[in-house]
Write a protein of this length. Structure first.
Length: 138
C-alpha cells in the first residue's frame, strides 16, 4: 500500500495515516518509510483499537487540509494513475463522488476482476450491494 501511494503520478497528496492501536511495530515502519519531518504526512496514533472504521476515517478528515479525501486501507494497492484519474474526473465533471473499479488479488497473488458493470447507467441498489467504492469526497 505504501509503495503504491508513493508511485502516484498525482503528487499533491497529503498522507494522513491512522494507526488504530497496532501492536506490530507499524508506527516505526511508517516513520522509517516517510520520515518524521515532512509536512505532507500526518500520523495519528491511537493507543487502543477503536474497532470502528468510521471513527478512524473521521479522525483523518478532521486533520486534513485537502480538497478531496481518498480512504485507503493497509491491504489496498493503487495503480500509479488512480488518484490523478479520480481527481481529473471530479474536476472535469464537477462531481462530489468518484470511484473506480476493483481487482481482487487471491491468496496466491493472482489478480482477477469481479463481474464487470455493463452499460453507463447503474442501478442504485446494484451499486450499494456489489460495488466497493473508494469515495473521493469534495
Amino acid at each position: 500500500m505504501l509503495q503504491s501511494i508513493e508511485r502516484q503520478i498525482y503528487t499533491n497528496i497529503e498522507h494522513i495515516i491512522v494507526d488504530d492501536g497496532s501492536t506490530d511495530n507499524s508506527h516505526s515502519l511508517l516513520n522509517e518509510y516517510w520520515g518524521r519531518g515532512n509536512s505532507y504526512t500526518k500520523i495519528i496514533l491511537n493507543q487502543e483499537n477503536y474497532g470502528c472504521v468510521a471513527k478512524l476515517r473521521n479522525q483523518a478528515v478532521r486533520v486534513s487540509s485537502g480538497k478531496y479525501i481518498l480512504n485507503i486501507d493497509s491491504d489496498d494497492i493503487l495503480y500509479s494513475d488512480a488518484i490523478s484519474t479520480l481527481v481529473e474526473e471530479a474536476e472535469n465533471d464537477h462531481l462530489d463522488l468518484t470511484y473506480g473499479s476493483m481487482i481482487y488479488i487471491d491468496q496466491y497473488g493472482s489478480p482477477h476482476k469481479p463481474s464487470q458493470l455493463a452499460g453507463s447507467k447503474y442501478k442504485f441498489g446494484y451499486l450499494i450491494k456489489n460495488v466497493y467504492p473508494f469515495p473521493t469526497n469534495v
